[in-house]
Design a protein around this ligand. Structure first.
Ligand code: NAD
Length: 251
């Protein structure tokens, strides 16, 4: 727990699993009302159940971040239900194919860019007016170390570099509106996304940890605590930053 977020309202996309679920739980434990947004209703409802069983406050909203009407409704629901929007964690993402570039289809490319990059842009487009309508607020986008260096497929790396660029541009433009915008750049995190890769390629675990100074993957809670810090006033002079949380892999 990094800060008291009582009376704050947070939207977390991709909150039905992995990093998003851990962040929704962390923000709720810090006192925020949380809008759990995910295309996966079962996962989203389970996150709400877990938050409520820990005495937190959350609601589930079914959202496909590539659909503007869904994203608009997500922000409206946050404001209508809790009276404001103060924190947005734009985190929904997909890994896409890991096939060599020459074997990737145009559909593979579009799908990864749509969810990982256009989705973050669409969310910020509709969150910013709600954030600036109140006392300002914070946005934390989930990029990746693939937003800072090559890691994974070309579409994935390109999408995450795009998230870092979007974050910086929005941070500079909206600072005067009282909104800080940062990105978190995780290394390998033990989530269903990574478990899917390990299931397909069991020897991938060694590759994921062999050049890792700490000798292990991160747990989703370790990313969630960083997001909660970036979202809180405790990071009040951190803006336009892409913060690696990768155990020193890029050092
Ligand atoms: P995950 O697969 O466990 O969770 C992703 C969630 O996003 C799922 O609940 C899924 O339903 C949701 N989602 C997917 N497409 C969506 C859409 N169109 N609209 C709404 N929700 C959608 O994955 P994770 O590992 O928790 O990944 C979360 C974010 O972290 C992603 O942006 C991912 O790229 C990024 N990331 C993950 C790692 C890692 O090692 N796990 C590392 C760096 C960055």
């Amino acid at each position: 727990m990094v800060a008291q977020l009582n009376k704050h309202t947070a939207v977390v996309t991709g909150a039905g699993s992995g990093i998003g679920r851990a962040t929704a739980q962390e923000l709720a434990a810090d006192g925020a009302n949380v809008v759990v947004a995910d295309v996966d209703a079962e996962g989203g409802r389970e996150t709400v159940r877990q938050i409520e069983s820990a005495d937190g406050d959350a609601i589930y909203v079914e959202v496909d971040v590539t659909k503007e009407a869904d994203v608009e409704a997500m922000v409206e629901t946050a404001v209508d239900t809790y009276g404001s929007l103060d924190i947005a964690h734009n985190n929904a993402g997909i890994e896409g194919t890991n096939a060599p570039l020459s074997e990737q289809s145009i559909e593979d490319w579009h799908q990864v860019l749509e969810v990982n990059l256009t989705g973050v842009w669409l969310c910020m487009k509709h969150e910013l007016p709600a954030l600036t309508n109140g006392d300002g607020g914070t946005i934390v986008n989930t990029a990746s170390i693939a937003g800072l260096a090559a890691d994974g497929s070309e579409p994935y790396t390109a999408s995450k570099h795009g998230v870092v660029g979007l974050t910086k541009a929005a941070a500079v433009r909206h600072a005067e509106d009282g909104v800080r915008v940062n990105a978190v750049c995780p290394g390998v995190v033990r989530t269903p996304m990574v478990e899917r890769t390990i299931e397909e390629h069991p020897d991938a675990v060694d590759a994921m940890t062999e050049d890792q100074p700490l000798g292990r993957m991160a747990e989703p809670e370790e990313i969630a605590k960083t997001v909660a810090w970036l979202a809180s006033d405790e990071s009040s002079f951190v803006n336009g930053h892409a913060l690696p949380v990768e155990g020193g892999k890029l050092a």
